[in-house]
Ligand binder design. Structure first.
Ligand SMILES: [Cu+2]
Length: 103
């Protein structure tokens, strides 16, 4: 019985801990320069410009490349590793933001 309670409280805390964030690409900028989140959280990168963006990161903490996608589309990245993740756009070198993933 005690074992079951432990498992269910673990599941509940795990489910509640994960958060969803949205970062927009607008006017060839990210809507935030820096965001802090917990490992397990997800960021949705939404393109709100009329042009394509290609969001990617070459960071050691987490590498990803979302490819280029048009206005209205959103692609998600789940961050599992603590550390800083530098996020850029392959099409617009001025676009830059940092995601700080906490334990
Ligand atoms: Cu771009």
């Amino acid at each position: 019985m005690r074992f079951l309670i432990l498992i269910s409280s673990f599941l509940i805390s795990t489910l509640c801990a994960a958060q969803e964030y949205e970062v927009e690409q607008k006017n060839k900028m990210f809507s935030v320069k820096e965001i802090t989140l917990k490992k397990g959280d997800t960021v949705h990168f939404k393109n709100s410009d009329k042009i394509f963006h290609n969001v990617f990161s070459l960071s050691d903490t987490q590498f990803f490349d979302l490819g280029s996608y048009p206005k209205g589309e959103s692609r998600a990245v789940k961050f599992e590793t603590p550390g800083k993740v530098e996020v850029e756009c392959a099409i617009h070198p001025q676009m830059y933001m940092v995601i700080d993933v906490k334990e």
